[in-house]
Design a protein around this ligand. Structure first.
Ligand code: FAD
Length: 381
């Protein structure tokens, strides 16, 4: 969106040291690191409010690694990168746990682990290969050659260090602890890089910032053409049932190569999400945050097939927009020829695993020029 000549009359001008744009998981983590590790004076701003994007809409799975099974990650990116990105998810979890421990209010977290499940024989074979690769790297998992849940799946991998969290409260808690001033309802519409500062045009304020960190994930291509084709907006769908009298899956359950996910919520409901694989032409490449009736009906059928004991009606349905990266790895770096504008984006549906460590590296890259390693955008050069 732009700002009209008439609206501009209300804009104030203001100098800031470190400006974060986007108040989701990545933005709040970047603000927290910039303030507490690098002692910067931080302002964070958002077009809407805190955690109204994907960060407050996700399923809350703290599930390690990338959205692809571990042996496939090794094939695709090499062993060093696959291991490094796994370690990044451990680092992100460390950050979230630190914030939860010190939180001024309760942030529910369930250290239930996750269970990756196979829906077909082909996927069962994939899980066996993934389990071997994880074992070889001494990563703590348990492999099941049969359905560990007795629900019609064919194999499983339990990752005991994973967890389920209340994602909206997690982001609000990081915001409460990040030590930054927050300006909501303030969309950024133009960035002008000067030699020793950045002019940041937002709805309410024109900032003169020493440094800018873009944490605008799926919406990044709207901000700068550099992100065209690198960050792909992708819609996701979910629902929760009314409360149940039992726990259908005592883990964060994840199957069909991550296209399906399910867990119990902290108030005893069953959450089911996914179904995008069958309707990719409708869900890919859109920032339109709306329910897709076809996918929601597909999720209803999935519930009946795998969880016939969950008879409570669906209480609430929602959607959200994720930022997928073009090669599946997050992107951290600075814009070409604009070294004062950094970014941490493109978490490909695994922001709880990757946004914390990526934001940490992106801040170090922006302030000190330190490479962000496996997630550094220089891989596209
Ligand atoms: C339904 C669903 C389920 C998911 N499940 C999981 C899961 O279980 N586990 C997991 O790890 N991940 C999951 N994800 C993905 C996860 O939510 C994201 O990876 C993560 O939230 C990304 O965080 P972010 O801060 O980068 O983006 P966002 O939370 O989307 O934040 C971006 C922010 O930028 C702001 N913004 C954009 N443009 C502008 C602008 N021009 N000016 C100012 N502000 C702007 C937006 O308003 C928004 O607040 C799921 C996502 C969805 C939608």
């Amino acid at each position: 969106m732009t700002v009209s000549h008439w609206q501009r009359a209300e804009q104030e001008e203001r100098e800031v040291d470190f400006l974060v744009v986007g108040a989701g998981l990545a933005g709040c983590a970047a603000a927290y690191i910039a303030k507490h590790v690098h002692s910067r004076d931080v302002v964070i701003t958002d077009a809407r409010d805190v955690a109204l994007g994907a960060s407050g809409r996700n399923a809350g799975f703290m599930i390690s690694g990338l959205d692809t099974y571990y042996h496939r990650a090794i094939e695709c990116y090499g062993h060093k990168v696959a291991r490094e990105v796994w370690a990044m998810s451990e680092r992100s979890f460390g950050l979230w746990r630190e914030c939860i421990e010190n939180s001024p209010f309760d942030v529910p977290i369930d250290n239930c682990g996750s269970m990756l499940l196979a829906e077909t024989q082909a996927e069962a074979k994939e899980l066996e290969l993934a389990a071997r690769a994880l074992d070889d790297d001494k990563i703590d998992i348990e492999y099941y050659s049969r359905d560990p849940l007795g629900r019609g799946y064919l194999a499983g991998i339990e990752q005991p260090l994973d967890a389920g969290v209340q994602p909206y409260l997690l982001v609000k808690s990081i915001m409460a602890q990040c030590g930054a001033e927050f300006i909501p309802n303030n969309e950024l519409y133009r960035l002008v890089h000067k030699d020793n500062y950045v002019r940041v045009h937002t709805r309410k304020v024109i900032f003169k910032a020493q440094y800018v960190m873009l944490c605008t994930n799926a919406y990044s291509p709207n901000i700068d053409p550099f992100f065209y084709g690198k960050v792909l907006p992708t819609r996701a769908q979910c629902f929760v049932t009314e409360p149940l009298d039992h726990v259908p899956v005592p883990y964060c359950g994840y199957s069909d190569y991550g296209y399906m996910y399910y867990r119990s919520t902290f108030d005893g409901r069953f959450l089911l999400g996914g179904g995008r694989k069958q309707f990719r032409d409708e869900e890919d490449d859109t920032t339109e945050d709306r329910l897709n009736p076809k996918i929601q009906a597909w999720l209803d059928d999935y519930l009946k097939k795998y969880f016939p004991d969950v008879t409570a009606p669906v209480a609430h349905r929602w959607s959200g927009i994720m930022g997928f990266s073009c090669d599946g790895l997050p992107l951290a770096g600075t814009l070409p020829d604009r070294s004062r504008i950094g970014f941490a984006v493109g978490f490909t549906g695994h922001g709880l695993a990757l946004a914390g460590a990526t934001a940490e590296r992106a801040v170090d890259r922006l302030l000190n020029g330190v490479s962000a390693g496996a997630v550094d955008v220089s891989r596209f050069e």
